[in-house]
Design a protein around this ligand. Structure first.
Ligand code: SF4
Ligand code: SF4
Length: 289
C-alpha cells in the first residue's frame, strides 16, 4: 500500500485539478478527499455513495425552556459570545457555540444540555477509476483533523479489501491540523505551487512542516509560464534545498473547461500536452522510492 498526498500550502494553485488528473491515469486508486472543509472532487467524479457515516464533530449547548428561568447568569460567562438575549429570551447560537460545556455546568436550573453535533458525514463508494472516500464537515463545525483521520482509516481499509495498492490523498490547503492529519505517515507528498510570491512563501512554509515529519516531497509548478522568473526562482530553491522537482505545467484553459464538464484533464483529452506532462509527473512520483 502506498499513500501519496497532494497538498498546496495555499488555495487556488490547481491542486485538486491535478489530483483529479492523477486519479484518472492508468492505475486504479483509492481516492481520499481530505479537504473536508471544502471537498469538491466528488462533484467531478460523482461516486456511488455506498456507505455514509455520521461524524460527531463535538457538542452544542441547547436550552430546555421548560426549566430556564431566564436568570441570564449564563450570558456573560460564555467567552465565545454564543449566548444572548433576544426579545427577552436567552438564546444560544448553534454556530457560535464552541461546545465547552461551561454554561451547562453553571446553570442553576440545570436547563442547558449538551447535544452531539451530528451533521457532518463521511461517504465512501466507487468511482470510474477505483474507490473514493470523502468527508464533509458541516458549516461552523470543528475538529476537521479528526474527520481527516476517519477518511484515511476508511481509505486504508478499502485498499486492503479491494487490493487497490495506491491511495491518493487530496489534502486541504494551509498548514493547520487537517493538513497534519493528511500528512502523518504517508509515503510521498506532492506540493503543487504556482509562480507567485504567496505561492513561493506558502510552499516554503509547507516544506518546513514536511521536514519535521521527514517526508519525501516532490514539487510541481503549475502555470509556470505565467511568471517564468518566479518559476526559475522556485527551481533554484528546490535545487539548493535538495527537493525534487517532479515537473512544471503550463497554464492551459482546457483545465478549466474539463472541470466545467465534470472531467479530469486526462478524461477530457489525454493527448493534450498538459495531459502528457501530468502523466510523466505521476510516473516519476510512482517510480521514485
Ligand atoms: S443560566 Fe440557565 S436558567 Fe439562567 S438564563 Fe441561562 S439557561 Fe436559563
Ligand atoms: S457550551 Fe461553551 S461555548 Fe457553548 S454556549 Fe455554553 S459556554 Fe458558550
Amino acid at each position: 500500500m502506498t499513500e501519496i498526498a497532494v497538498i498546496s500550502g495555499k488555495g487556488g494553485t490547481g491542486k485538486s485539478s491535478i489530483s483529479a488528473a492523477f486519479a484518472t491515469l492508468n492505475c486504479k486508486v483509492v481516492l481520499a478527499d481530505c479537504d473536508v472543509d471544502a471537498a469538491n472532487l466528488y462533484l467531478i467524479f460523482n461516486p456511488s455513495n455506498e456507505e455514509d457515516e455520521i461524524y460527531i464533530s463535538g457538542y452544542k449547548a441547547v436550552i430546555d425552556y421548560s426549566k430556564c428561568t431566564n436568570c441570564r447568569s449564563c450570558i456573560n460567562q460564555c467567552r465565545f459570545d454564543a449566548i444572548s438575549l433576544i426579545n427577552d429570551k436567552t438564546v444560544i447560537s448553534e454556530l457560535a457555540c464552541d461546545g465547552c460545556f461551561l454554561c451547562s455546568r453553571i446553570c442553576p436550573e440545570n436547563a442547558i444540555g449538551m447535544v452531539p453535533s451530528n451533521k457532518s458525514r463521511m461517504y465512501s463508494g466507487s468511482f470510474r477509476n477505483g474507490k473514493m472516500v470523502y468527508g464533509r464537515l458541516a458549516p461552523g463545525e470543528e475538529n476537521s483533523g479528526k474527520l481527516v483521520n476517519m477518511v484515511r482509516s476508511k481509505a486504508k481499509k478499502i485498499s486492503g479489501e479491494s487490493g487497490i495498492e495506491t491511495i491518493l490523498l487530496d489534502g486541504p490547503p494551509g498548514i493547520g491540523c487537517p493538513v497534519i492529519s493528511t500528512l502523518t505517515g504517508v509515503n510521498k507528498v506532492v506540493i503543487v505551487t504556482e509562480p507567485s510570491f504567496s505561492g513561493i512563501n506558502d510552499m516554503q512554509r509547507v516544506m518546513e512542516v514536511l521536514r519535521k515529519f521527514n517526508l519525501r516531497a516532490f514539487i510541481v509548478i503549475n502555470k509556470y509560464d505565467l511568471n517564468v522568473t518566479l518559476s526559475a526562482r522556485i527551481k533554484e530553491w528546490c535545487g539548493q534545498n535538495g527537493i525534487e522537482l517532479a515537473g512544471q505545467l503550463p497554464f492551459d484553459k482546457n483545465m478549466v473547461d474539463a472541470m466545467i464538464q465534470g472531467k479530469s484533464i486526462i478524461e477530457y483529452n489525454p493527448d493534450l500536452k498538459i495531459s502528457k506532462e501530468i502523466h510523466k509527473i505521476w510516473c516519476k512520483i510512482l517510480k521514485t522510492d
